[in-house]
Design a protein around this ligand. Structure first.
Ligand code: SF4
Length: 465
């Protein structure tokens, strides 16, 4: 636990109350970013947007939503380490050739290079986001049709992007050639919608249609939906951490339900760990499903050993070590009657710095657990992520510099087991139909699905020079 997704996107076309639908869509995607939210709407003649710091509910009220009139809208929720209203998306640009709004989930790994080149050619940037680089490339393209401008711009950027753009009269959707971040299409009545996660469809009564394919470009306007490719070299490398941690349990990605995937990860972990205990408990919320799977396979009762205080934000939003530790205390509480006098198997999804695990182990022991065995439903995270996830540097990743036994000692556990890479692939390397679906596992294996540029900004360093 305690790593953060960088953003989530939602879009809708052909709905009379597009802004309100987008508000509800973003509400369902709130777990992917809590630092800022925005919606841009089109009435067919002009684009208008509202954005602000905080949760979707903090930014929007009835009056603001009523002021956003139109049949098309895109929205965004944001998590990054950098602040500034100008960096909150959707980004909105106006020019004599028309307006353009962009919502982006992911990270463009050659953005610094491109930004430098664009500045040398006279571009002036208004934000610190990599997304603005894309806007400049689109606007500077010599092509006439928006679709061709976007294809031309996308041929220059590298990295991870689930992208929704909007002009006065169309939505433009693109998924990077490796399909690193999830993006799918749904339908509600005659309106099309697009979202980072399928859980957004339930709240608005939409029906899931399909995932956007790697390298695919989709245009939606009043004439319907037009599908084509901008890259033929698509290679399915969906982020494995979407299954392990980021996505909501009620979402499906590539035909795999997240809760089911996590439960299977827990079952595989129980086989690999093969340890004894009296109760199994999961660290809420993302590890509950894997803890249930672990308990089922191990034949040990699952119990609610830890309770989450729902009114505290995510731990890692707080920057210092001291505040992070305080954040864990505020966020989780042990259920003393459940763990007292018991050998507790504590299932968690990942260990990043080790700070959170150490606090939780101590908390369980202070509550009377006689032993705490930590089982992690993913392999040791040894490499940083360049694709839009706040996963530290090598130095900050405890598994990058310590053996499993050293980590066990640091976090104070009686035993520590990580799921193997092979075990993980066995569980989520195939879709519901049993077909192989490629995964990015770079933070566990160091094998990145794209080239990595020397100055590739890590997501939390995304404020570019
Ligand atoms: S490096 Fe890890 S967190 Fe980043 S996209 Fe790949 S699997 Fe996901």
């Amino acid at each position: 636990m305690s790593i953060n997704e960088v953003c989530s996107v939602f879009g809708i076309w052909g709905h009379p109350d597009a802004a309100r639908m987008t508000y509800y869509g973003l509400h369902s995607l709130q777990h992917r970013g809590q630092e800022g939210a925005g919606i841009v709407v089109t009435d067919g003649e002009r684009l208008k947007g509202i954005k602000g710091d905080g949760l979707v509910n903090d930014v929007f009220d009835e009056k603001k939503l009523d002021s956003l009139k139109g049949n098309g809208a895109i929205g965004h929720v944001r998590y990054t380490g950098k602040s500034g209203i100008e960096n909150i998306q959707p980004l909105l640009f106006h020019s004599s050739s028309g307006s353009l709004a962009l919502s982006h989930s992911g990270n463009l790994i050659n953005a610094n290079d491109l930004k430098h080149q664009l500045e040398m050619q006279g571009s002036i940037f208004q934000t610190n986001t990599d997304t603005e680089v894309l806007a400049h490339l689109i606007k500077r393209s010599g092509y006439l049709a928006t679709k061709d401008k976007v294809k031309n711009a996308l041929s220059m950027v590298k990295g991870a992007y689930a992208l929704i753009m909007m002009t006065e009269n169309e939505l433009i959707i693109a998924q990077d050639p490796n399909g690193l971040r999830p993006l799918s299409i749904g339908k509600v009545g005659d309106a099309y919608c697009v979202a980072s996660e399928t859980c957004a469809y339930d709240l608005i009564g939409a029906e899931y249609i399909r995932d956007v394919e790697p390298g695919e470009l989709i245009i939606i306007n009043d004439d319907g939906i037009h599908e084509e490719r901008f890259s033929l070299s698509g290679s399915n490398a969906m982020c494995t951490m979407e299954y392990v941690y980021f996505s909501r349990p009620d979402s499906d990605i590539r035909g795999i339900n997240i809760h089911t995937a996590r439960k299977k990860l827990g079952k595989q972990l129980a086989i690999e760990a093969n340890i004894e205990g009296d109760v199994v408990t999961g660290v809420p919320d993302s590890s509950i499903s894997s803890a249930i799977g672990f308990a089922e396979t191990a034949g040990i009762p699952y119990e609610l050993g830890l309770i989450k205080n729902r009114y505290v934000g995510r731990t890692f939003i707080k920057p210092t070590q001291e505040l992070r530790e305080q954040g864990v205390k505020m966020k989780l509480s042990p259920v003393r009657r459940v763990v007292e006098g018991k050998r507790v198997i504590m299932v968690d999804d990942s260990i990043v710095r080790g700070t959170t695990s150490r606090r939780i182990v101590r908390m369980l022991k202070e509550a009377g657990a006689t032993e705490v065995h930590v089982c992690i439903s993913s392999p040791p995270m040894t490499n940083p992520c360049f694709y839009g996830i706040d996963v530290s540097t090598h130095e900050e990743l405890i598994a990058s510099n310590h053996s499993v036994e050293e980590i066990r000692e640091i976090i104070g556990a009686d035993s520590l087991t990580f799921l193997s890479v092979e075990g993980m692939m066995k569980v989520i390397g195939k879709d519901d139909l049993g077909k192989n679906c490629g995964q990015c596992m770079a933070c566990f294996t160091g094998e990145y699905p794209t080239e990595i540029f020397p100055d590739t900004p890590l997501p939390y360093e995304k404020e570019m020079k």
